[in-house]
Design a protein around this ligand. Structure first.
Ligand code: HEC
Ligand code: HEC
Ligand code: HEC
Ligand code: HEC
Ligand code: HEC
Length: 502
């Protein structure tokens, strides 16, 4: 029997039915032929139905098995209002135990958890982020358990005014949205209640962070990824639901997301809705794509928005930002209108060979582990390089040391290229500084400032992505190559100007 999900469910080794339709009967006398055809067709339909039934049953039985062994399956005690993971832990102790382990601190060569100051590790980022909150405090990320407290502590919140929007990805915020929506007059419709959540999302984003912060108590919780009635995966973040619907409408190819391609071929009367349209394997990435994405705060209402209207690729997001004339800040030295990139893990994964092969975030970051007779998804979400035997070896039949060496080789090369792109960006910033001292103004430097925007967006896109190039090695190398090229083009243009040449 097929094992529940896991690598065997991805498209790489997707299980195929071994039951084949009966071969057509040999031609008989004309009178009998019609009846024979009828029997054949009936058999065909029956076999197909039986195959589907067996597959459905197989999956169901496995699910039941897991459920029945999961202590008493008291889903009735859980509902939308229960946020505290400890309550869910009474029914699902194994998943809760993993969840709690996200407090662990353990480094790998290029990743893992430890909130060290990145600006001390490589002080040149203080120059690259000059004039912006990130130039004051920018740390390495760590486990989910810290997401709310780290936001309380960062100088970016303490010393700068931030909106309630930040809580969208740093807390279990859905009940707070629901309440804010109800207070704003949207009627209670029971259950998850999208209209109330969407309204509350608008209200909370527009509040000052200090006010909004009083509405939440927990970092990401079970209810953010699971329907309390069925435990099925679901997405709850308005920013993601809006973003992925915009992506579906964009017509940018998404070969790694078949449900979007399917929706495009349908009548499009209803918006693409991940909770209705997505496959289970896609959901195993979408739950993470709720937060591990590039975003900006749109307009006066500071609405959390994912810039996927033209596609998920770096330059498609850039084209969207250019179109809506978005600028994160004016660079403190060059004066260029800079874009800040934020953790585009979902987008970068989308360009890699693993996504293309149907491998989801959860396959590597939440691999199955055996506990006694049952398999559970490891809810200790962390670097897969701390867990190679379960995260990689189900698909890659090499020794752990070899797998680690391959991943590290990709990361070392990415790091080296990233430092080169950094050099190029810094060189551009410094010649623009000199040009300004020599009396050149915005009008003279227009083209070079545009090149600084493009170059730094590319560099930051790769630097802010947390896999050090692993999720899509060739794509990020391409992006870094462009970054260095644009920066050097800008530098040459400034130098020619200073020399009085065209
Ligand atoms: C094929 C396996 C694989 C898939 C699929 C995958 N990742 Fe990763 N991810 C990795 C590896 C390997 C690293 C590097 C970890 C390190 O350097 O310690 C990483 C790093 C990360 C990090 C930084 C972790 C750290 O310890 O610093 C985050 C966050 C992340 N991935 C999120 C995602 C998200 C979100 C998705 C899906 C959109 C995803 N990953 C898909 C393998 C994977
Ligand atoms: C779209 C989701 C999303 C939004 C909105 C968001 N964050 Fe985050 N934040 C993340 C993710 C994912 C990480 C972990 C990856 C990383 O550190 O790059 C993170 C990491 C952090 C960290 C730890 C690492 C660091 O950068 O020092 C801080 C602090 C932080 N965010 C503050 C904020 C603040 C302040 C806001 C509002 C201005 C905000 N975040 C809005 C998703 C989000
Ligand atoms: C509600 C938003 C949210 C969701 C959903 C979410 N993350 Fe995160 N994730 C974060 C934030 C924020 C951080 C950084 C916390 C900090 O540094 O304090 C983080 C950190 C991480 C890390 C770094 C852990 C470490 O030890 O350094 C990994 C890996 C990761 N997330 C992977 C995932 C995967 C895989 C999924 C989906 C199964 C997922 N995340 C879902 C917001 C989210
Ligand atoms: C960031 C998203 C996320 C959060 C938060 C989360 N889960 Fe899960 N959970 C998953 C994913 C992904 C799976 C795999 C589901 C699948 O393959 O269909 C899963 C699977 C499960 C399953 C099915 C059995 C298994 O282990 O595969 C249970 C039960 C479960 N989670 C309980 C919990 C509980 C309890 C919490 C809170 C303590 C929690 N989850 C928090 C993403 C999440
Ligand atoms: C569910 C299956 C699956 C899992 C889990 C998985 N991989 Fe892969 N990996 C693949 C497939 C498929 C390819 C594409 C090559 C192919 O088709 O043979 C691939 C390719 C690779 C490559 C070469 C491509 C490249 O990007 O340069 C590396 C390196 C790699 N995987 C490392 C890892 C590591 C490290 C892990 C664990 C963190 C991991 N994989 C987990 C299925 C998987």
């Amino acid at each position: 029997m097929q094992e529940p999900a896991g690598p065997s469910e991805t498209s790489i080794t997707s299980a195929q039915s071994t039951i084949s339709p009966p071969t057509p009967p040999a031609p008989e006398k004309p009178a009998k032929r019609r009846a024979g055809l009828f029997v054949y067709l009936a058999l065909l339909v029956l076999t197909a139905a039986a195959t589907a039934g067996v597959m459905y049953l197989g999956q169901n039985i496995m699910e039941r098995k897991i459920e029945s062994r999961e202590t008493a399956f008291k889903l009735a005690d859980l509902d939308e209002r229960v946020i505290d993971p400890a309550e869910w832990g009474k029914t699902f102790p194994r998943q809760y135990d993993g969840y709690k382990r996200t407090v662990d601190i353990e480094r790998t060569k290029h990743g893992g958890s430890d909130a060290f100051q990145k600006l001390d590790d490589d002080p040149r980022w203080r120059i690259l982020f000059k004039g912006y909150a990130f130039g004051v405090d920018y740390r390495e990320e760590r486990g989910h358990a810290y997401m709310l407290s780290d936001q309380d502590m960062t100088e970016r919140v303490k010393n700068f005014k931030q909106p309630g929007s930040c809580l969208h990805c740093h807390s279990s915020v859905i009940n707070a949205y629901r309440k804010a929506g109800a207070d704003a007059g949207v009627a209670d419709a029971g259950g998850f209640n999208w209209p109330q959540v969407m309204k509350g999302f608008e209200v909370v984003c527009a509040e000052p962070w200090t006010e909004a912060r009083k509405r939440v108590d927990h970092p990401v919780a079970c209810t953010d990824c699971h329907d309390p009635k069925s435990m099925a995966l679901r997405v709850t973040r308005p920013g993601f639901v809006n973003g992925i619907a915009a992506l579906a409408k964009s017509d940018a190819p998404t070969p790694h997301l078949p449900s979007i391609e399917r929706w495009r071929q349908g009548n499009r009367a209803k918006e693409y809705d991940p909770n209705v349209d997505a496959t289970r394997q896609e959901m195993r990435s979408f739950v993470c794509g709720q937060c591990h994405v590039e975003y900006y705060f749109k307009g006066e209402g500071k609405l959390v928005t994912y810039p996927w209207h033209k596609g998920l690729k770096m330059e498609q997001m850039e084209a969207y930002y250019d179109e809506v004339k978005h600028v994160d800040w004016k660079h403190g030295i060059s004066g260029a209108p800079i874009l800040k990139a934020q953790h585009p893990e979902f987008e970068t994964w989308s360009q890699g060979i693993h996504a293309r092969s149907g491998v989801a975030c959860a396959d590597c970051h939440m691999p199955y582990k055996r506990e006694g007779a049952i398999k559970v998804s490891d809810h200790h979400i962390r670097s897969p390089l701390l867990n190679i035997s379960r995260a990689c070896q189900p698909c890659h039949n090499y020794p752990e040391s070899e797998i680690l060496a391959r991943a590290t080789m990709i990361q070392d090369r990415n790091k080296a290229l990233m430092l080169r792109a950094e050099d190029a960006n810094l060189a551009l910033i410094s010649v623009i500084e000199e040009a300004r001292k020599a009396g050149l103004g915005d009008a003279d430097l227009d083209e070079m400032l545009k090149l600084h925007r493009k170059a730094q967006w590319r560099l930051d896109f790769v630097a802010a992505e947390n896999s050090m190039g692993f999720h899509a090695p060739q794509e990020v190398a391409r992006i870094l190559g462009e970054s260095a090229d644009f920066a050097r083009q800008g530098e040459v243009a400034v130098l020619r100007k200073l020399l009085g040449k065209k």
